[in-house]
Write a protein that binds this ligand. Structure first.
Ligand SMILES: [Zn+2]
Length: 387
């Protein structure tokens, strides 16, 4: 456990000591603000070169898929980012295959958003439905493990499914909805282990009861192999265009008939409940703080606006009660069993075997980041020089 520290909030964004690892400089500005700047500098394409670079990227994607039915994959959840990715890739003249992973928690709105979007854009859909008994067992295992990473299995599985489909169809590009302007800030202490099969496997080995036969997975070695030998590229297309989330929402509402579902990632009922009930009550943080801080940094909202938004209830009370009953029942728990899980002392990934806890991963990560870090340092040293 992290030691208790006096409350402090960043003077620039609204991140605070609910991230136990947050650091502030002498001006009271936090490491997340500095991290945002770094990501913006290294990952978001600047306005002057954007169009040329985008055309080159589109050319490379088209070229890679010449002999195949599709030239790229997109993951769709029914949320804003992935819907806007679908809209953009078609606008860019690409031939995508959409992949959706159904983990059993889709809201009706998410399903109808996906259908409307893909029908309108004429994008074929391939849905992977997870084995419910296996997935439920894995979700329960994470609740029993008492770490804040209960959503990791879903994110891991969708990555695994995208890797599988890419190989199956000879596709070299996965176009993602991750983006700096609305997602850059997320403390590592709040969420960890998406690509960490060792972590998922160890939690399940300790707390699971059903063998994981069909659950989509990949090891660290398979992930490295897919990038280096197979040459799979993960493209964050929204960082390559001028992405403004509010504007994007308007476009997909007007042109695709997409309907808003209330909060970030609230397209899934489990995610909505996990983020608005389990995380704040058991782990003491509210993910909206990171999302809003990112929007403050990207200039989409003011700091005052973000603080005001934090005063709003995280989820409407009636809906929260309804979700709680639904989740408990669907996971096959009694109310008392759920409360016992809520009362367990919080733990972290560090308490379980995981790649994350190995020196090897830290070295690999540093090697992966090195070219970007060097490039950023060079462009800082000679502004206007390296682009
Ligand atoms: Zn900050």
């Amino acid at each position: 456990m992290h030691p208790v520290r006096p409350y402090q909030i960043c003077t620039r964004c609204i991140m605070d000591t609910s991230d136990p690892l947050i650091e502030f400089n002498s001006a009271g500005i936090c490491n997340h603000c500095r991290g945002y700047e770094h990501q913006k500098q290294t990952m978001v394409w600047d306005e002057e070169t954007r169009e040329t670079r985008l055309q080159a990227l589109v050319g490379a994607i088209r070229n890679s898929g010449k002999k195949h039915e599709f030239d790229c994959l997109i993951g769709v959840s029914g949320g804003v980012d992935s819907t806007y990715v679908a809209y953009q890739v078609k606008k860019l003249g690409l031939r995508p295959l959409a992949v959706h992973m159904d983990n059993g928690w889709n809201s009706e709105l998410a399903v109808s958003n996906i259908k409307k979007t893909l029908d309108t854009l004429e994008i074929p859909l391939d849905t992977e439905v997870l084995d419910w008994e296996e997935f439920k067992d894995l979700q329960l295992a994470f609740l029993k493990a008492s770490t804040p990473d209960s959503e990791i299995p879903t994110d891991h599985a969708i990555t695994a499914v995208l890797m599988q489909r890419a190989r199956q169809h000879g596709i070299k590009y996965v176009i993602m909805g991750s983006n700096v302007s609305s997602e850059a800030i997320m403390p590592s202490s709040w969420s960890n282990g998406i690509r960490d099969w060792k972590y998922i496997k160890s939690v399940h080995a300790r707390f699971g009861t059903v063998p994981l036969r069909s659950f989509p997975r990949f090891t660290l070695l398979q992930f490295i192999f897919s990038r280096t030998v197979y040459g799979l590229r993960w493209v964050n297309i929204l960082d390559s265009i001028d992405y403004d989330k509010a504007r994007a929402m308007k476009v997909i509402e007007d042109e695709l008939g997409w309907v808003y579902y209330g909060g970030k990632h609230y397209e899934s009922i489990y995610t909505r409940f996990f983020q608005s009930y389990i995380l704040p009550r058991k782990f003491g943080y509210d993910k909206r703080r990171a999302h809003l801080s990112t929007l403050v940094m990207s200039g989409t909202i003011t700091r005052e606006g973000a603080l005001k938004a934090m005063e709003e209830p995280i989820c409407e009370e009636g809906l929260l009660r309804q979700d709680k009953q639904y989740v408990i029942k669907k996971l096959g728990l009694t109310e008392a069993e759920f409360e016992e899980l809520m009362a367990r002392a919080p733990r972290t990934i560090a308490d379980y075997p995981a790649y994350e806890n190995t020196l090897l991963l830290r070295v690999l990560r540093a090697c992966y980041r090195l070219p970007r870090t060097l490039k950023a340092a060079l462009s800082k040293a000679s502004p206007g020089g390296a682009a």
